[in-house]
Ligand binder design. Structure first.
Ligand code: PLP
Length: 223
């Protein structure tokens, strides 16, 4: 059913990798299943996609239960309210939206193992968006040193829908540069080797800036 979309996705990803001299193996594709049913999401498994991302706690838990006998890597990509941390934090493999200290405190309190977290950056300075500003990112990550349940695996960013390609590329490049700065700090709890950037509209740009995880919804499932 999705073969055509997937062919297009693969072609675009390989072209973006070629254009930026990157190995295609370094770009992991997350299937954002938030707008499709469990049955629809299931069709991706035989096609080789088994990293799923959801942005809401309740629909995540529903899908996780449905797929309990499958080997799936689970990513929570949306804002997480503190009161829901307890319900979900030990059920996921990656959390993409860590952006405040109080949330980090709650994760520390509720996690029973180290949680792979991306720090979400508000690179475009949008008032309505979640995320730490670029200028505060290093301070924020340094403030997480006291939490042994938080591992900062990378940075996450989202481009505004209305931005043009040049603005998006500039923003993604800035996040990539910040990621390298953080990696170079060599903090034991913040290897920060990953970049979660790029959605259906802008994944090629994100790959050119160095994205290692792209989060793809509509480009998989639209018809
Ligand atoms: C929905 C969503 C995506 C996927 O968006 P598409 O445009 O459908 O690819 C990626 N990241 C986040 C945080 C989302 O909420």
């Amino acid at each position: 059913m999705f073969e055509k979309n997937i062919d297009k996705l693969k072609l675009n990803i390989s072209q973006a990798c070629k254009a930026s001299n990157r190995d295609i193996k370094d770009v992991k594709v997350l299937a954002v299943t938030k707008s499709v049913s469990c049955d629809t999401a299931k069709e991706l498994l035989p096609l080789g996609y088994n990293s799923f991302a959801e942005n809401r706690v309740d629909s995540f838990l529903e899908k996780k239960e449905y797929f309990r006998s499958e080997n799936i890597e689970w990513h929570l990509i949306g804002t997480l309210q503190r009161r829901k941390v307890k319900k979900v934090i030990n059920e996921i493999d990656y959390f993409h939206a860590l952006d405040n200290f109080k949330l980090a405190e709650e994760i520390q309190k509720r996690a029973n193992h180290s949680i792979n977290c991306f720090v979400q950056i508000n690179v475009f300075g949008e008032k309505t968006k979640q995320g730490v500003s670029l200028s505060q990112t290093i301070n924020f990550i340094k403030s997480l040193a006291e939490f042994d349940k938080i591992k900062v695996v990378g940075l996450m960013a989202m481009a505004p829908r209305e931005a043009d390609d040049f603005e998006i590329q500039t923003g993604f490049d800035a996040v990539a540069k910040k990621r390298l700065e953080i990696e170079n700090l060599k903090l034991s709890y913040a290897p920060c080797s990953e970049l979660s950037m790029g959605m259906s509209q802008d994944y090629a740009l994100a790959i050119k800036s160095g994205a290692t995880y792209v989060r793809i919804g509509t480009a998989f499932f639209n018809d």
